[in-house]
Design a protein around this ligand. Structure first.
Ligand SMILES: C[S@@+](CC[C@H](N)C(=O)[O-])C[C@H]1O[C@@H](n2cnc3c(N)ncnc32)[C@H](O)[C@@H]1O
Length: 473
């Protein structure tokens, strides 16, 4: 067979170096860490958007870097048996839950294999990995969703509205466009109705949505937070200017339709750069915060504070961490990159003292307030860069917990860690690849990896969290 772009190369045939526009017939047999399909031919590895293991496709080469090829599916020759009908009407456009067309059990299988591959790539024994802990509630699990207003609405067959107003999520790969999200299946059900009212009232009042390219308009984001334990709902409306009276009237109308919305704040974010969290905050009504419980502790969550998005799964992950660390009552434990101190406070219950280290001052203030709220007197927090803040008292901890950002541990922190030699280390990796890289270094420096397990905190997305526990040999 040949096409305008060139001959179609059947599966398994030896090829010259693939070039842009070349067509291949491929059998997809895996997924990469972004959830894109993987197919192999000779020494080449193809990644294919939206393809699943078991799909047979005709694909066109978009780009090649050494042996890694990005290709686009031109025709679906055979559909994978693992495919399910996505629950969400916005699937395929929305940049949110991109794994939805894969059955949940298969998603877990993929995440487990991904962890095994990552361990192998970094010289760690994949046999240490226990079975991944899937979520018993893979829908409506998110305690926080950040929606965007936009004047570049993504038009689809089902949504061909002429107006330039959308409230929803960014389109995958087309960041400047917003897909109108009527129903988001991973946030609390009650938030969908609030989203609809926010949209209707904004349109009726002629409030201008944000223009991501020109940086004009008024309404930027609607961040909805819900508490699983208290049922409270908090809205953070992010605007480009003050116009307090306009916002008061707008949110009063939304509140009248939704008494279940317990509080709303307005964040004024005047800079062009994206960000729902930076800016001056004003409480419009209610307390300006909600309360959530996690493993029996009570946490106050304000509009700008970080909190675990999937509380039920975070509980499982933290319970496993605490069990594996087997703290003694006379232990001092340090929690590096502690955020709002959730883990520090949980550890404090089983230790002589728990000390959290965190860069963001506001998060540390939240952590201190939560300590008071829960009557925990043996927890302290330091605001500052872990690299310097921790060095001052690093010797005193027998047990250490690290939960770094996606990049993993800073090389300087890793060097300090090796030099100080805590007896036990609990490593929570939101990016298992960076985590396995750091853990491999600790293993080479004399620690033994005694436990490793994945936890699915973000069903229907490619993300997976990995707990690793090390003991000094
Ligand atoms: C994955 S979050 C940790 C969340 C926390 N364990 C919790 O459950 O709430 C990573 C944290 O590392 C902090 N961080 C990033 N770089 C840092 C640095 N150089 N020093 C200290 N903290 C840092 C971030 O502000 C963020 O709160």
């Amino acid at each position: 067979m040949s096409t305008a772009e060139g001959p179609l190369v059947p599966a398994g045939v030896s090829v010259r170096k693939p070039r842009h526009g070349d067509l291949f017939e491929l059998m997809v047999d895996g997924l990469d860490e972004r959830g894109d399909g993987l197919a192999r031919m000779n020494e080449y590895e193809f990644t294919l958007r939206w393809a699943l293991p078991g799909d047979r496709v005709r694909a066109k080469v978009l780009s090649r870097r050494r042996n890694a090829i990005e290709a686009r599916v031109e025709a679906w020759l055979e559909r994978s048996a693992q495919r399910v009908t996505p629950r969400c009407a916005h699937f395929g456009v929305c940049g949110g839950c991109t794994l939805q067309s894969l059955g949940y059990e298969q998603q877990l299988g993929h995440k487990q294999r991904h962890l095994e591959r990552v361990f192998t790539a970094h010289g760690l024994d994949p046999a240490v990995l226990q079975p991944l802990v899937g979520s018993p509630e893979p829908w409506h699990y998110r305690g926080k969703m950040e929606f965007s207003f936009g004047n570049r609405r993504w038009r689809t067959e089902r949504d061909d509205a002429a107006e330039d107003f959308a409230l929803g999520l960014h389109v995958r790969d087309v960041y400047s466009k917003v897909v109108e999200v009527e129903q988001c299946s991973i946030q609390a059900e009650a938030c969908n109705a609030i989203l609809a009212s926010l949209r209707r009232e904004a349109r009726e009042r002629g409030l201008a949505p944000w223009d991501l390219r020109r940086h004009t308009g008024f309404l930027r984001h609607a961040v909805l937070r819900s508490s699983r334990s208290s049922g409270e709902l908090l809205l953070n409306l992010v605007t480009a200017g003050e116009e307090f009276e306009t916002v008061d009237a707008y949110l009063a109308a939304v509140r009248a339709a939704h008494p279940e919305l317990t509080s709303a704040v307005q964040t004024v974010h005047t800079r062009a750069a994206y960000g729902a969290l930076a800016g001056v905050e004003r409480v419009v009504f209610g307390a300006g915060r909600i309360e959530e419980q996690l493993l029996g502790l009570r946490f106050e969550i304000s509009a700008q504070s970080f909190f675990q998005a999937h509380v039920a799964q975070a509980e499982r992950l933290f319970a496993a961490l605490i069990e594996a660390l087997a703290l003694r009552g006379d232990d001092v434990v340090h929690d590096l990159y502690c955020g709002t101190g959730t883990i520090t406070l949980l550890l404090a219950r089983a230790a002589r003292e728990a000390v959290g280290f965190e860069l963001v001052e506001a998060a540390v203030e939240n952590a201190r307030a939560s300590a008071v709220r829960n009557g925990i007197r043996n927890a302290r927090f330091h605001a500052g860069d872990v690299l310097t803040a921790w060095a001052r008292e690093a010797d005193s901890a027998r047990v250490l917990v690290v939960d770094p950002p996606r990049a993993g541990l800073h090389a300087g922190v890793l060097a300090q860690l090796k030099a100080r030699g805590p007896e036990r280390i609990g490593y929570i990796a939101c990016n298992p690849s960076a985590g396995a890289r750091d853990v491999a270094q600790l293993v080479a420096a004399g620690w033994k990896l005694t436990r490793a397990q994945g936890f699915d905190l973000f069903p229907h997305t490619p993300h997976v969290e990995c707990l690793m526990v090390l003991e000094r040999a």
